[in-house]
Design a protein around this ligand. Structure first.
Ligand SMILES: NC(=O)c1ccc[n+]([C@@H]2O[C@H](COP(=O)([O-])OP(=O)(O)OC[C@H]3O[C@@H](n4cnc5c(N)ncnc54)[C@H](OP(=O)(O)O)[C@@H]3O)[C@@H](O)[C@H]2O)c1
Length: 266
């Protein structure tokens, strides 16, 4: 049996997950890729194999428990172990709460961003504990540290994922299993296409702060190589996290004046 470490990454059919799969394969990992769009996964697998790597595409709708279980079984069946799990699949619907559809926007967002990550971790964990090694890396967001208007449900899912990450680390660290969170700002991916953002002021994240998915993948690799509790990227976002933590009342007022009143036409 091969000695190369194994990565299982969800949401690997585009954006950050795809970049993580490609980078880890380049770094010698065998890679199992999960998502719904099989052709997209197969195209990534074909590229990895052409470059001499090992990869596996598993079609899975991660809102379904049976698909989660099959993804983990197929990965273990194909590669015999899992060393790094990156819970990355997710989406955001970025609108005022009263505009969000209860099922398509609210329940499904919490389901994929939070509950599926919890359920996959629960399936993988017994193997990591048995191995006495392994790493679960959860793709949270700046929205998991600083809550902004129109991000209420997205932030609920990503704050939830952060809470899960922190507690699980304290549950399993004693077995040599690491648990980390990644907190990126805005990233140039298909995320925006699904988000339905509609700003009256037309304001968006400046290009200078927009990350490429490959930069986030590099951050994931850094965390996998040198485990730590979490990583905020880009570093320019860190002061806003500290400001929000130390002076939440001031941040409330700044956001109300500079965003909410303008966007709500008040
Ligand atoms: N882009 C940003 O600005 C940003 C910033 C911070 C954090 N993030 C987080 O980064 C993660 C990846 O997002 P991205 O920016 O790379 O966007 P993306 O390109 O839209 O990728 C989202 C991935 O999630 C998968 N996915 C969605 N629903 C799924 C389901 N029910 N079952 C299985 N897979 C599902 C999609 O695959 P299929 O459609 O093929 O199933 C796709 O591969 C998300 O958790 C997002 O919240 C993004």
């Amino acid at each position: 049996m091969s000695n190369e470490p194994v990565l299982l990454v969800t949401g690997a059919s585009s954006g950050i997950g795809e970049a993580v799969a490609r980078l880890f394969a380049h770094e010698g990992y065998r890679v199992s890729l999960g998502a719904r769009r099989l052709e997209r996964l197969q195209a990534v697998v074909a590229d990895i194999e052409t470059a001499g790597g090992g990869a596996l595409a598993v079609q899975a709708d991660l809102t379904k428990l049976e698909d989660i279980q099959r993804l983990v079984e197929d990965t273990l069946g194909g590669f015999g172990r899992i060393d790094v799990l990156v819970n990355n699949a997710g989406f955001g619907r970025i609108k005022w709460l009263e505009e969000l559809d209860p099922v398509k926007d609210i329940q499904s967002q919490i389901q994929i961003n939070l509950i599926s990550a919890i359920l996959i971790s629960r399936e993988v964990l017994p193997f990591l504990i048995k191995q006495r090694s392994g790493h679960i890396i959860n793709m949270s967001s700046m929205g998991g540290l600083v809550a902004s208007p129109t991000y209420s449900v997205y932030s609920a899912s990503k704050f939830g994922l952060r809470g899960f990450t922190e507690a699980l680390r304290r549950e399993v660290g004693v077995y040599g299993v690491h648990v980390s969170g990644i907190y990126p700002g805005a990233v140039r991916t298909e995320f925006k296409q699904h988000a339905g953002i509609n700003r009256k002021t037309g304001r968006t994240t400046p290009d200078s702060l927009l990350l490429e998915p490959e930069e986030v993948a590099q951050a994931v690799l850094r965390v996998a190589r040198r485990p730590r509790r979490g990583l905020i990227i880009p570093w320019q976002m860190r002061p806003s996290v500290w400001m929000n933590m130390l002076f939440p009342g001031i941040v409330d007022r700044i956001i109300e004046r500079s965003f909410t009143r303008l966007e709500r036409d008040l």
